[in-house]
Design a protein around this ligand. Sequence first.
Ligand code: FAD
Length: 436
Amino acid sequence: MSTTIAVFTRDLRIHDNPMLAAASRDTDHVVPLFVRDHRIGASRFAAGRLRFLDESLADLDTSLRAKGGRLVLREGSPVEEICRVATATDATRVHIAGDVSAFAKAREAELAGALGRRELVVHHDVHTVVPPGALRPQSRDHFAVFSAYHRRWSDHGWRGLQPAPERITLPKIQLGDVPKAKGHGGETAGRCRADAWLHADVQHYVDQHDVLAADRTSRLSPYLHLGCVSALELARRAGKSAGAEAFVRQLAWRDFHHQVLAARPDAAHRDYRHRGDRWRDDKNALQAWQEGRTGIPIVDAGMRQLRAEGWMHNRARLITGSFLTKTLYLDWRAGAEHFFTWLLDGDVVNNCLNWQWVAGTGTDSRPNRVLNPLLQAERYDPDGEYVRRYVPELSHVDDKQVHRPWRLPAAERRGYPAPIVDLADGRARFLAARGK
Ligand code: FAD
């Protein structure tokens, strides 16, 4: 009797999962295994993030049961636990998705060594539409400019979709404590959202994706982050409308960041392009930003949406990120850390590289651009609906005043704070620091 192990990481799905499909082929028994890594401290994450993971694991277990299998759960060091399961079941092969962070690469290398005579099969086509490293410019190991990458990405062929395995047969094994949580997380909910999005909403994406109050982006990011839905399947199913093309372009951005981090894993914490910044250390300003009390309504609305929903609209991420790094001139790492704690979709790849893009230390070709939050507010929240939704102190204020409440008499501000910075001064300080 032959046994293989399918190690799930952030690919918590049975549909279009090349890792699971390969592990279930030509074998008698499969162990679908997830190891909670004890080094990833739970205290680092907001409760919503942990719940989303539990819900996704519970849902994966349900899907595997429907195929005759179960999810096997372990807690501890992934390498030790995988080896222990391999020994207990006498598995000949272990399958795992390849990933791009330094952390994942180190785990993979350690696992390859620890498995000894057992074979480790690493699948590089699980997380992205086009595998990181599949596309290279002539003279470098990765693309540093999105537009050039996107051209090549669009011309590159995509692999076919992998069906879910028909049947999964477990060997005799102790299952472990799979969570029972139910909610919005997981493949079933993710596929429902994807179906509804691709069927009805994607066509509005091209002209609505930047309208803050409309909230008409896909909100698929938490599912993409944990791999509950396949990026490739979304790209394949999106269709050809202008909205679909704009949406698929965002998936290309996701792939772009993956290939940057694959080539430069230290970009998770070190400037991709160092600009000689000497970021300010201002704990009060950082705290006001984190708590949504900066006195700039559009910034505070975004920061409060983050805490309330574990998600923030992309336009608000750009505005709040630019405000932190370029108006307050605080280190992008502090912003990334805070987002990482709260975002359901918070991942090393997209979070760090988007933060670097916003801070002008990443791949933005205009690294010194400073978004003016008032102009952004007037453009992307023209009637103030987004601000009124997330900043209750201002819910009674009309469209004209809501983005500039400092002009109101104190009683009408209902305790909403005065701005912690003069926007023009902040901008001037940043440009001077950058030598502009
Ligand atoms: P949609 O607009 O519907 O886009 C579809 C998918 O494309 C998204 O789910 C996402 O997977 C991908 N995508 C969209 N925009 C980007 C982008 N700029 N870069 C890479 N992929 C993108 N996204 C994350 O998934 N995780 C993060 O931790 C994260 N941190 C960010 C931090 C900052 C400062 C900024 C400016 C952006 C960040 N983003 C991050 C990118 C983007 O804001 C989110 O992916 C998007 O808002 C998620 O909402 P959606 O699923 O409705 O996106």
